[in-house]
Ligand binder design. Sequence first.
Ligand code: CO8
Length: 288
Amino acid sequence: MLASTLRRSVKKNNFTVTLRTFCCTTQYKGLKYDNCNFEVKEYGVGLVTINRPKALNALCDALYQDLHDIITKMDKDEKIGAIVLTGSDRAFAAGADIKEMSDKIYPATYSTDMLAWWENIAKVRTPTIAAVNGFALGGGCELAMMCDIILAGDKAQFGQPEIKLGTIPGMGGSQRFTRAVGKARAMEMILTGDFMKADEACTRGLVSRVVPSEELVDDALKTAKKIAGMSRPIALLAKEAVNAAFETTLDTGLRFERRLFHSTFATQDQKEGMSAFSEKRTPAWKHK
Ligand code: CO8
């Protein structure tokens, strides 16, 4: 009853505001974070905006807790089919918080396995898009690379400048950056600390597309909406298949892909998708 009342008001009134009200009546009610903002769009997309402007969105521990909390909630929400993570026009994130890190000593970094928890963001099963405007440096670049797709605003800059601080990437930069752009360029970037502009990042395959920075978040939301409009279990299988390419030999990966492909025939959505094609209509996914 409540939902249908709200859905009616959507047609007459302001789309986003009304639906946000609907979302706030569920598991997101009253949630507020110090270091990020979020919205749940009616079309099944979660938008998380890193918000620590004084430090160019530097990734402090409290920011991790906030991000992890909201992204985990969204990941568990069966109404959400894609998550967009973004920052500000000036910075997606300018790295780990240098001031928070500077006094740490080796035994504590090792015994707490410092930074290992950030890998939880890469383990999210829902498809994720990083919408990067401004700086994505150090941990910020690594966080973007934990997402499934990176879209860049035309003024975005990527880099792993840890060497200038007397340290090295610690959250995947030496591995994911190298896989994305190849050894020679990754080596040059990581050894010099130089930044890479959006166009080059796109040419080298680090980012999927470059768009005018003012259109970036809308573009990312549109892409996320398209993904969220697919069958949820099939999208998860597709994501798992692509990710396997980074972990296995070609032969094992091909077999894994084929097994996942076979498993799609156990879903109602495969029947629906193929029937809808034959009947020249839009599929009505059951997400089963
Ligand atoms: N940590 C803490 N504070 C930061 C950071 C950071 N990474 N980056 C910027 N800030 C702060 C500045 O200290 C400054 O604060 P204040 O006004 O109080 O002095 C404010 O943000 C604005 O910065 P700037 O005045 O420097 O702005 P500019 O436009 O002149 O320069 C830059 C922008 C080029 C981005 C510059 O701020 C910079 O070089 N920042 C550091 C970038 C960097 O080295 N990043 C890598 C950090 S190390 C790292 O990420 C290790 C990875 C391991 C995993 C991380 C897990 C979280």
